[in-house]
Design a protein around this ligand. Structure first.
Ligand SMILES: O=C(O)CCC(=O)C(=O)O
Length: 206
């Protein structure tokens, strides 16, 4: 297993994410051990040469990373990535059983942030992404920021070292769309950062 389920209290995670008095972000450290994290990082790096620099401005957000997205996810050749896809799907379902959602993650993003770069400024993820978003941190030590708006009002920071999983609420229903968390990765980054991002949108299955 790459994901250490003992590090995750799924009841608590589900309760907190969909408790609308919270901001809807839960970051859990040490979910992926050092060796699996290195294997995953190595496998993810094999995709970096196909990654493209993200446009500097995206809506109101500014961003500084290279990325590549697999939608639908398909079957990447690297065993480590196949394992994490399978394990994350199971984890998504386990949280879904507790939080009343279904579907199957159908987007895998890989983000490569350079050391010294400016990260990504506060933004909400797209409304089409549903239920749950997860960022699996494979490299880096940049805290994960959460705030109220594009100006970082009331910012708080979660420890999100390599090996962490950051879970983010996404809307399960139309009524929940207004509660999508504003989040950011603040530069200048002390270390390179590499993450795997899992998302689900029913529109991608259509
Ligand atoms: O790098 C991360 O962990 C988050 C990326 C992000 O905010 C996004 O893709 O919307």
């Amino acid at each position: 297993m790459y994901i250490n389920l003992d590090a995750l209290n799924l009841d608590e995670i589900a309760d907190e994410l969909y408790d609308f008095s919270t901001r809807g972000v839960v970051a859990v450290p040490n979910v992926i051990g050092e060796l699996p994290c290195s294997l995953l990082h190595y496998a993810t790096q094999q995709h970096q040469e196909k990654a493209k620099k993200a446009s500097e401005k995206h809506g109101k957000a500014t961003q500084d990373f290279e990325s590549i997205y697999y939608e639908p996810i398909g079957m990447p050749p690297e065993t480590a990535i196949r394992f994490i896809i399978k394990e994350y799907r199971e984890l998504y379902n386990s949280i879904g059983e507790r939080a009343g959602f279904s579907g199957e993650p159908n987007s895998l993003g890989m983000h490569f942030y350079p050391k010294g770069g400016s990260g990504i400024s506060p933004h909400q993820d797209y409304a089409r992404e549903k239920n749950l978003i997860a960022s699996i941190v494979l490299r880096g030590n940049t805290p994960f920021g959460v705030c109220d708006d594009h100006d970082k009002t009331n910012a708080t920071y979660f420890d999100a070292q390599a090996g962490s999983i950051v879970f983010m609420r996404a809307a399960r229903t139309i009524e929940e769309q207004s509660a999508r968390p504003f989040h950011f990765v603040e530069g200048p980054l002390e270390q390179d950062r590499c993450v795997l991002l899992f998302r689900y949108s029913p529109s991608r299955d259509a």
